[in-house]
Design a binder for this molecule. Structure first.
Ligand SMILES: Cc1ncc(COP(=O)(O)O)c(C=O)c1O
Length: 381
């Protein structure tokens, strides 16, 4: 039934297939029996295989077993879920917090639940926001306008022009495919002045910027009641799941309204214990973050030296501009042949094709040198 559609995808070079790893997730992965240096993971601090986290998960597994059995509202949650939320609220300096099963579930649950069903909400969304935000906006059925990437004048014009009782600006803080940072200081000032709500997706910022506390801390912005924060445990925290952090009325409303929270089985307690252990690490450990940033700077400086355009990256997400889909596949194929896994990112995920290199604290100097050597070679061909 779908063969013709699949054929069209293949013809356009945008058909994607799954890749099955035979090793743990890390900087060295095994695919089809061969070892590759992995530059595709969002495990920025290398915590996915950290022994403290694995031990914490194992202990919780012994106490609570695996499956949660039901949604939190039907008693699928454990004391660990509540404990993680208390820890998060303290970590984010908010009144309250709520755990979601994934970042995708958080955005598609929270956004519709904070956009009023009576139709008097306006959502303003950055053109490069993550797909889960786009889907959250669609599910909300609220009027959604897309503003130019990080363009605060455009946001201001739209806020002044449009009439709505509630106006919500929604943005990734670190953009997942471009690695640049939203100008939250200016955006928060506009929201304060024009009485709008700011909703931020801190998925890639948590553990990475603001001493690990995320984008508000990075910009020294106080978590006001009109700022709603969402973030994930699935990236720098090396775990799974997501969170909402904000005022207690938003959290209580979301518990009673977000369908992805209400109608989905809770995360297993061992996953919650892993997230808790990861939070303890990012609170205390500064060495890993320093290593992450020094590795990231090494990669970006070397790429620039050999003539690559890093497309405005400001963070450990480092895209390199590759032009056509064909050239992107050629470069990622060359890297793969040289034992390096860095995925080709193509439409429809992004408008402009690229290789997305994610640098982590766990990469060695040798890993980085091999990446740069392979990219230098193909740049000279
Ligand atoms: C900005 C952003 N938000 C949300 C998500 C979804 O998070 P999760 O993978 O936990 O569903 C991602 C992950 O790719 C992301 O990059």
């Amino acid at each position: 039934m779908f063969l013709e559609k699949i054929r069209q995808l293949r013809e356009k070079n945008i058909f994607r297939d799954l890749i099955d790893r035979e090793s743990p997730q890390g900087t060295r992965i095994t695919l089809n029996g061969r070892e590759y240096i992995n530059f595709s993971s969002n495990d920025y601090l290398g915590l996915a295989t950290h022994s403290y986290i694995i031990d914490a998960a194992g202990k919780a597994l012994d106490i609570y077993g695996f499956g949660a059995g039901a949604s939190r509202l039907l008693a699928g949650g454990s004391a660990l879920h509540r404990g993680l939320e208390e820890k998060l609220a303290q970590f984010k300096d908010t009144e309250s917090a709520l755990v979601f099963n994934s970042g995708y579930a958080a955005n598609t649950g929270i956004i519709p639940s904070i956009a009023d069903a009576d139709g008097d909400t306006l959502l303003l969304s950055d053109e490069l926001n993550h797909a889960s935000i786009i889907d959250g906006c669609r599910l909300s059925k609220a009027k959604t306008l897309v503003y130019e990437h990080k363009n605060v004048s455009h946001i201001t014009d739209l806020l002044k022009r449009e009439n709505a009782k509630k106006k919500i600006i929604i943005t990734d803080t670190i953009f997942s495919m471009d690695g640049d940072i939203a100008p939250l200081d200016e955006m928060a000032a506009v929201c304060r002045r024009l009485d709008a709500i700011l909703y931020i997706d801190d998925a890639h910022a948590t553990g990475v910027i603001g001493n690990g506390r995320g984008a508000l801390a990075h910009f020294n912005i106080k978590p006001e009641p009109w700022i709603i924060q969402m973030g994930t445990f699935s990236k720098a925290l090396g775990s799974l799941g997501a969170f909402l952090a904000g005022s207690s009325d938003i959290v209580q409303w979301t518990i009673n309204n977000a369908r992805s929270f209400m109608y989905s089985t809770a995360l297993p307690s061992c996953v919650i214990a892993a997230s808790m252990a990861a939070m303890e690490i990012i609170e205390k450990d500064t060495v890993l973050r320093e290593k992450l940033w020094s590795n990231r700077n090494k990669v970006v400086n070397s790429l620039k030296d050999i003539g690559y355009d890093c497309m405005g990256s400001e963070t450990p997400i480092v895209p390199i501009k590759t032009g056509t889909v064909e050239n992107t596949l050629r470069i990622s194929g060359h890297l793969f042949k040289h034992g390096i896994f860095a995925p080709a990112i193509r439409p429809p995920t992004v408008k402009e094709s690229r290789i997305r290199i994610n640098v982590t604290a766990a990469h060695t100097d040798d890993d980085i040198e091999r990446l740069i050597e392979a990219l230098k070679e193909i740049n000279n061909q």
